[in-house]
Design a protein around this ligand. Sequence first.
Ligand code: TNX
Length: 417
Amino acid sequence: MIIPAPAVLEARPGEPVALPGDLDCARSDGPAESYSLSVSADGVTFSAADDAGEARGRATLRQLGETSGPLSIQDAPRSAWRGVMLDVARHFFGVDEVLRLLDLAALYKLNVLHLHLTDDQGWRIEVPEWPRLTAVGAETAVGGGAGGFFTRADYDRIVAHAATHSITVVPEVDVPGHVNAALRAYPELWGRDAPEPFTTWSSPGVSLDVRSEIVLRWLGDVVRAIPGEHFHLGGDEVEGLAHEDYVRFMWDACSLVLEQGKTPIVWEEAGVAKLPQGTIVQHWSDAKPAKAAADQGLPLIMSPAPHTYLDQKYDDDTRLGLTWAGAVDVRDAYDWDPETVIDGADVIGVEAALWTETIETRADIDAMVFPRLLATAEVGWTRHRSWEDFRTRLARHGELLDGLGVGFHRSTQVEWS
Ligand code: TNX
């Protein structure tokens, strides 16, 4: 039997065959991230096109457990971008929490961790030339908590651990809005007195003074200080800037990132601006600017809130989370097609997003991320999908997640075993 494996596997029936934990992997031809796995009474063979394919194959083996029935899998992802975003700005989560999330994301073959590193409520990454960003900007969080930040060594540890799973880390520094923490540290970035700390939900609507020459110099230092192939510039929910200033700034900021040899990413709002080719746009809520980006020929990452926002409640009884995008239960997270959301878009993949206005602890993360992230992972991994089939497979993954100490949400849409 040849099966393209789903992201969420079930063991196949048949005579059990032991799966060695330290199976060697050969290199073979095939698309990026592809692998082949064959299990029969004669033994187990495993090959992959590249390191990432080997990592995806090992994820499959881990899901299968110690034994399996006979199977022959030839597997490759549908989408090149399969991400999860963690907002460490509203509430800070340290290196251990991030490494744990990476391990869990890898088990379901995700390949991108997007860290939302800055927002009104906190600045979470060290920038050597601008020390007050962390000395002052990191000391706040939603609810008045202690805040915190990643040193460069911390960030390097995250990137190195992600690399062991062939996962790419994408840093986001949100500009020109969502910058209250940065303005407290360096009020010259808006040319007024330092604002009061902002520690509730939503946003005070402050913005950089994008006409000031200091701003692009500052941004250049920030982009240079954070390693990575990509740099996410935010660009969402900007208030108090003239349209012409906003669009010119987004062009300039994307160009600056490109000049540093990195790929710029922006939230969909920036699609109203003319953006340099090479920029990636992330859809989350409003089809109109996303479509404007697609019409410029720019590729899209799909994070539509009603399907991928992990900070939205599952249903009326969910203790945590927001409700502005409506309830997002497991079926909502699974039963949608990224290619039909924005007409004519070049969709490079999907990303689920955990905003953390209401999220404070590991238990909170677990309850909101799992099991919905498994649904997004499968949407990104394969076109061969059926909700009924998924919910049956997912039921058995409850045991796997339990065994890993993941306090997932027992959605009533799944008959957990
Ligand atoms: C909208 S999604 C935001 C975030 C909030 C989130 C809450 C996006 C680009 N902006 O700042 O945290 O809603 O659901």
